[in-house]
Ligand binder design. Sequence first.
Ligand code: PAF
Length: 283
Amino acid sequence: MQIITDPLHMQAIAEKLRLNRQLIGVVMTMGALHEGHLSLINEARKIAGTIILTIFVNPKQFAPHEDFHRYPRPFEQDAAHAKAAGVDYVFAPPVEAVYSENFQTTVHPGPLGEQFEGKQRPGHFSGVATIVTKLLQITRPHIAVFGEKDAQQLAVIKRLVKDLNIDVQIIEAPIIRDENGLAISSRNIYLSAKERDAATVLYKGLCHAERRIAEPCLDLDTIVPEVETIIKSSLSCRPEYICFVDDETFQPASKAEKGKTYRLLLAVQTGTVRLIDNRKFMV
Ligand code: PAF
């Protein structure tokens, strides 16, 4: 496994791999790798012959109140995990190699990036869209794997690739959960044992929605308050949003139509930690 820090060097390697007809898969991360990231690498390995893992804590996707400087950066450990997972190249550039002094061009995702997480974290999706576009240009992959855990990010990236005619196939990888149903996330390390226990109400809420839709209850507006009651049954959990969206457009949906796919989005404050989760439903 090679570690590359220079964008031009990475681009030259990717170009050569393409000339040699290698199928390139990329997994983009901000490091502090966990089981969820490793599952993305495994998904990529099912399809691609050469795997590039990017590790870059992107300052442009942190809102002013979020602490970019305190984000964990256990690079040695990440490199060891990447090697064990079969990664061929780790691309880990320094910030100044990605954003030069004169950097001024950004990618704005439009309305899709302004609701839900975008409302809570102003500028976040513009930062994500900009870095993802840059990393796609640098690593030149045939496929790029992103997790369904960050469903809105996935929707923004799928839209961006379509809108900007970027020649890459976006692969969606399923959410990885612990034995209690809690979705694996970098933020889980901030949960106390009590908060971790309380956070199981998110999964319970998603499972309830699944049962109701299977009945079938197509009136999504009646399911939302039921999920809210489940989440509020834990005193330390405060729902921020609970919303069904059309999985294609990410527009809020009140009634489900047969043949379409919807997603229930949850954002919940659990003690001091804000958690997001979601589930996709084919009706
Ligand atoms: O999901 C993440 O870790 C980041 O948002 C990404 C896609 C690597 C962009 O910085």
